[in-house]
Structures are given as C-alpha cells and as structure tokens.
Design a protein around this ligand. Structure first.
Ligand code: PMP
Length: 400
C-alpha cells in the first residue's frame, strides 16, 4: 500500500547531503540581531537577507508601538475579526491605511499570505484568474483555492496575457493578478499597460504591493503611486517595510466589506495580534513622515548593484532587492556558503522560488546599512567567487 509519507525520504536525503557539505541554506539561526548585523554560528555577519527595507523592525518607536499595544490589548485577540478580534487599534490601522493608500476602505489579515488567499473568494465557477508566472506563491494558492479557472502568462509578457484573455469565453469573469515589485528579481510590473488591457477585456486588476508599499513612490504608496494607476484592489503585507507582520486588502468599501465577511482566510482565523498592529501603526507614522528612509535605502541599493556590476556580476532591477544570478542550484548554495564564511548572510533562491535556470543569490539592503557595509558585501562577493571551482563559468570581472 502506498504511504503518503513515502515522498519525505527523498527530500530528507537531499537535505542531509546539503547539510553534510555545509550548503543547506534554509532556516539559518540568528542567535542575535542588532539592526543589519546578526550573530550566526557564534560570529557577527552582515545581514543582507531580510525584507526589512526601511530597518523599522528594530526601530525603538516600532518596538514600543508593539509593547504599548500588548500592554493595552494583550498578546493575542484569540478570535477572528468578525467575532472578538477587532480592537480600537485594528480599526484605526484599517482607516489610516485606507487614507495612506488613497482607497475607500481597507481590511486587515493575519498575514500577507492570508490577504492574498482572500482573493479566492472572488473566483467563482465561470470566472478565470490570469496571473503572472513570477507571482508570489500565495497568489498561486489563491487561484488554486478559488472555483474558477487559472491561466498563467509568461513573466511580464502582456502579449501572452492578451492572447489568454482573448481565448477565454467572453461570459467568463476575469481577474488579472500581479505582484507590483517582484520579490526575487526586483523588477516592476507595467501597471498602466495591465490596467489598459483589463479595461479592454472587462477584467479587474489586483496588485500585490507586498514589497513596494512603504518603499516606492513619493509617499511610499508603492507601484500604483509610482505609475499613477489605481488597481481595483491592492494587497500588501507588514512583514517587509512595516517591520511587523500582517496583511491588508484595500479598495472600494463594498468590495472590502464583502471580503471582510466572506473571505475564509479572514473569517476563520484569529485576528492579527495587537502587538503586530501597534508596530504597524508606528511604522506607518514613520513611513509618512520620513521619506528620507526610502531615499537612503534606494541609494544604498544602487551603490550595491553598481559595485557588483563593476565586479562583473550579473544583476537586475533597481530596488533594494538585488538578485545576483548564478543560474545553477548547487553553485548558488556554494556561493551562499562562501558568502556566509566571508561574513555576509544572503538568500540562495532556487525552484520554485525562481524558474529552473534562474537560480540566484538574493541580496537585500536596508536603510540601516552603512555605505561601508554595502562595500563590504561587494568585497565578500569577490572573495567568495574566487573560492568557486567553477568561477570561470560565471560572469566575472576581467582580473578574476
Ligand atoms: N506577497 C509577496 C509578493 C511576498 O513576497 C510575500 C512574502 N514573502 C507575501 C505576499 C506574503 O506576505 P506575508 O509574509 O505577510 O505572509
């Protein structure tokens, strides 16, 4: 008889092999964290692996916001928002986020993942979701949970999207879903073109601003602000720029109220804990009043990208997500290990995070890094590459 656990063995064997050769890049334990520095394996390393782009998770005002909320409302709501899980600060955060994002209303979710899963509620039989292939896993899962069809278009290929839309039954409801700032390669969706196409094809447009809310745009409202587009619905998370945890959906009041009462990921799960809400509120205040944090991190990431390019590394995008393409899983993990040994913690990303052949080392800087730390990251890359037996096959500087 077939055992559902049988498939685990292959995965365990593979993980064990990686651990034996010290290239298991997942779940690295941070014994301590001091801003952009962490203690790993008993030594200090530069953290270049978090999504804390503005450095707010360790900002004393954000930490105090969490502590104050815990003292006032407790550590948990122990119930869903529509039962007993809506406190005064939950409502305050929703109202302030709606104003911040320029939308009629907003509803909180326990995580960005669950905010995106809420979209499944919009996908009935006879509807189809059209999704960029590089979208986050939570958007893929939302489509799988819905009762409608699921078509995926090649990354950023709007010609492909148009063909898929045109090939769909005209009576079918259509939802186009895209990340705003893509999480692994750091590139940005073409929202005006998507909005135009959605208008022509009678589709609704949802943009996941997980990585860009708080970071991009004069007011930090994300890719919709930068590109002057109002999607039908925006989703986002507090686990990046807001230095907290939690998710949000924002749009027209009627739509938001529908989701609040019908989306299973919001209705059948305990509300966002008060400390997370308190932290996010404090972060929102800083995001609104300190645009220099955005400028600083964008300046640092430009310095990092230019430094890496000057050394011959292949990178892309123009956000604090700086991908360094290695294009091979094993080499990617070897590079991750060598970088950690050189004092820099990054992320090794392979399938399903990126397509096979697109394996990359993901580097992310925050507003708390110094220029010297950014230069030290570049120097560590050069030293790490010099240790790679296959370095001749990798994009390299002229002298290496
Ligand atoms: N959307 C995107 C694009 C993300 O990158 C992530 C998290 N990595 C999420 C949604 C989920 O956010 P959360 O961490 O709040 O669950």
């Amino acid at each position: 008889m077939r055992d559902v656990f049988a498939k685990i063995q292959a995965s365990t064997t593979r993980a064990d092999a990686m651990k034996r050769d010290r290239t298991y890049p997942y779940g690295t334990v941070l014994a301590e964290r001091r801003g952009p520095v962490a203690v790993v394996g008993g030594r200090e390393v530069i953290m270049a692996s978090s999504n804390d782009y503005l450095g707010l998770s360790v900002d004393p005002r954000v930490v105090e916001g969490a502590a104050r909320a815990a003292r006032r409302y407790g550590a948990s709501c122990t119930g869903a928002p529509i039962m007993n899980g809506t406190t005064g600060i939950h409502r305050e955060l929703e109202e302030r986020l709606a104003v911040f994002l320029g939308r009629e209303a907003a509803v909180l979710a326990p995580s960005g993942f669950q905010a995106n899963l809420a979209l499944a509620t919009l996908l009935g039989r006879g509807d189809t979701v059209f999704a960029d292939r590089a979208n986050h896993a939570s958007l893929v899962d939302a489509a799988r949970l819905g009762f409608g069809g699921h078509r995926r278009y090649r990354h950023a290929d709007l010609g492909h999207l148009r063909r898929l839309l045109e090939a769909t039954d005209p009576d079918c409801g259509r939802l186009i879903v895209t990340d705003g700032l893509f999480s692994m390669e750091g590139d940005v969706a073409d929202l005006p073109a998507l909005k135009r196409l959605a208008g022509e094809q009678g589709a609704r447009l949802v943009v996941d601003c997980a990585h860009d809310m708080g970071l991009l745009g004069p007011n930090g409202r994300g890719t919709p602000e930068v590109q002057g587009v109002a999607p039908d619905l925006v989703t986002a998370t507090f686990s990046k720029c807001f230095g907290s945890v939690g998710g949000v959906l924002a749009g027209d009041r009627e739509v938001v109220d529908f989701l609040r009462h019908h989306a299973r990921s919001l209705v059948f799960s305990a509300a966002l804990p008060p400390p997370s809400v308190g932290a996010a509120l404090a972060a929102l205040e800083i995001i609104e009043s300190e645009p220099e944090l955005r400028e600083r991190v964008l300046g640092l990431s430009a310095r990092l990208r230019e430094g890496l390019r000057a050394e011959g590394f292949e990178t892309a995008g123009d956000a604090p997500i700086v991908p360094v393409f290695v294009r091979d899983d094993e080499r990617c993990r070897a590079m991750w290990r060598a970088l950690l040994d050189e004092g820099v913690l990054v992320n090794a990303v392979s399938s399903p995070g990126v397509p096979v052949g697109g394996e990359l080392v993901r580097v992310a800087v925050t507003a708390r890094h110094t220029g010297e730390q950014v230069d030290a990251i570049v120097a560590a890359f050069v030293r790490a590459r010099a240790q790679m037996p296959w370095r001749a096959a990798m994009p390299s500087s002229s002298e290496s």
